[in-house]
Design a protein. Structure first.
Length: 113
């Protein structure tokens, strides 16, 4: 990870001292440049990291059984349908649905986009 290497290098340069115990001006400039690069790299990072207290049991929504897995799925994908607090089916990706007369086919209408 580039950002962490810049940060560690800047710390190492800042700790080096010359014979008189002072930090050389060149080392100070180098530490400042490395630190600035590290901060700039973090500002431009496109990753979002979320901490979980445990790993998901499976990465298959049809087979997993843990709450942590459901947190992961909610971050990765949308559902066709969901339920509200009253356990009523509410739309998400599917805006409308209808069962066939024989009850064997469910037709879902998906939202645009």
């Amino acid at each position: 990870m580039i950002r962490s290497h810049f940060g560690l290098a800047a710390q190492g340069v800042a700790k080096r001292r010359n014979r008189s115990g002072d930090i050389d001006e060149a080392d100070h400039l180098l530490a400042t440049a490395l630190g600035t690069a590290a901060i700039g790299g973090m500002a431009a990072a496109a990753d979002l990291r979320i901490g979980l207290n445990e790993d998901p049991d499976l990465l298959d929504p049809a087979q997993s059984r843990t709450f942590v897995s459901s947190l992961v799925y909610e971050s990765l994908c949308d559902r066709l349908l969901n339920t509200n607090a009253d356990m009523e089916i509410i739309p998400e990706l599917a805006t409308d649905w209808a069962w066939s007369d024989d009850g064997r086919t469910l037709t879902l209408t998906l939202r645009e986009g």
